[in-house]
Design a protein around this ligand. Structure first.
Ligand SMILES: C[S@@+](CC[C@H](N)C(=O)[O-])C[C@H]1O[C@@H](n2cnc3c(N)ncnc32)[C@H](O)[C@@H]1O
Length: 352
């Protein structure tokens, strides 16, 4: 076989860039936890000594860290004045924990994937599953933190209004179930926006349910939100006006049973909101950075959890709209449509 030197060089360049990103992820996590990005946000050009002083860290470490960030293009460097600056754009991504573009918690997911590598190797060799709750806890916090800001920026202002008549019902007051609620950020955001409605989050992972309860207390919405440990196919059916699945249906080994249970638990004019990772239906159309991210997470987490449930499906995080529509059709829903999409999510609406 002849070697195409140009292709080979391009491949090596990509591999080195990926490797640098992997090392850089540890730097990002350190910068986040030590408050280095926050120390720079809005401060203009700073020397390494000033950054170190503001963050309460040792200058020599901070200088090396700053050079790693400058090499990544994550901070700007001025060689003449030997200063570093977090620009307005960089501050939105790295220095503002409430920004929808604040992806830093996602590096905790990567940390959990490394920590759980032995479990993944065992799973590949045996074909056995790994339940969500059996992963390193940085997975649970990382996913919750990663999605929380996205939900904050989109769920109430955009996603709920894209559903047919749902916001009017929420304002009037309905019962809402958030299935596979994780740390409950989606549930709490809805409860904050719609005080006349009552919300319950269900999840099989007791640790996540405990975290969700604490989050509801801290947000001051515990009067209208509760969280219970329950499976998606056996929580109490209480005539819900809205049943939500945020980034969890594809994790389930019994997604059709979950959809059937939702049909049974819905009020007569109720709606299912299904938020899933963005994906095209054809595998080859998902060979993008977002697709790569999701297929990777899906391998050791989403597929592994679905396999652990020994069910009917292992959808994976790139299931795509057509497969999800089939699940809801099989569960007896007559209407299914894409309400909207974002680079990270499909927002789908199902009605009986
Ligand atoms: C990727 S996390 C998403 C959590 C949360 N909805 C969010 O968007 O941040 C998937 C969640 O689904 C839960 N889950 C998986 N299978 C489940 C099942 N059969 N019934 C209820 N919850 C389930 C997991 O425990 C986990 O908390």
């Amino acid at each position: 076989m002849s070697l195409d030197q140009t292709k080979f060089d391009a491949l090596l360049g990509k591999v080195v860039a990926d490797l640098a990103a992997g090392y850089g992820g540890v730097m990002i996590s350190l910068g986040d936890k030590l408050g280095l990005f926050r120390a720079m946000a809005g401060a203009g050009p700073l020397s390494s000594a000033e950054v170190a002083r503001r963050a309460g860290c040792a200058e020599r470490y901070v200088r090396e860290w700053l050079n790693a960030q400058a090499a990544a293009g994550y901070v700007d460097y001025d060689p003449e004045n030997v200063t570093y600056e977090l620009t307005a754009e960089q501050a939105l991504v790295f220095g503002d924990a409430s920004s929808p573009a604040y992806f830093l918690p996602a590096w905790q997911v990567v940390a959990s994937m490394w920590a759980d590598e032995v479990k993944a190797i065992e799973a590949f060799r045996t074909g056995k599953g790994v339940a969500w709750g059996d992963h390193d806890q940085r997975l649970h916090c990382g996913v919750a933190g990663f999605y929380r800001n996205a939900y904050k920026g989109s769920l109430v202002p955009q996603w709920l209004p894209a559903l047919d008549g749902v916001t009017t019902n929420l304002e009037r007051g309905i019962r809402v179930a958030d299935v596979g609620c994780g740390h409950g950020h989606s549930t709490i955001l809805m409860a904050e926006a719609y005080p006349n409605s009552r919300f319950v989050g269900f999840d099989v992972h007791a640790g996540s349910v405990a975290a969700a309860r604490a989050n509801a207390q801290a947000a001051g919405v515990a009067d209208r939100v509760r969280f219970e440990v329950a499976r998606a196919d056996d929580y109490p059916a209480e005539d819900y006006g809205l049943i939500c699945f945020f980034d969890c249906l594809h994790d389930m080994g019994h997604p059709t049973a979950a959809a059937e249970h939702a049909a049974h638990a819905l009020a007569e004019d109720g709606t299912v909101l299904l938020v899933e990772p963005f994906a095209h239906d054809r595998v080859e159309d998902n060979f993008t950075p977002v697709g790569r991210l999701y297929y990777s997470a899906s391998t050791t987490m989403c597929c592994a959890h679905a396999i652990s449930e020994r069910g009917t499906h292992v959808l994976g995080a790139q299931a795509g709209e057509a497969r999800l529509a089939d699940i809801f059709a099989a569960a007896g829903f007559s209407r299914f449509r894409r309400a909207l999409e974002t680079p990270f999510n499909l927002v789908l609406e199902a009605r009986p």
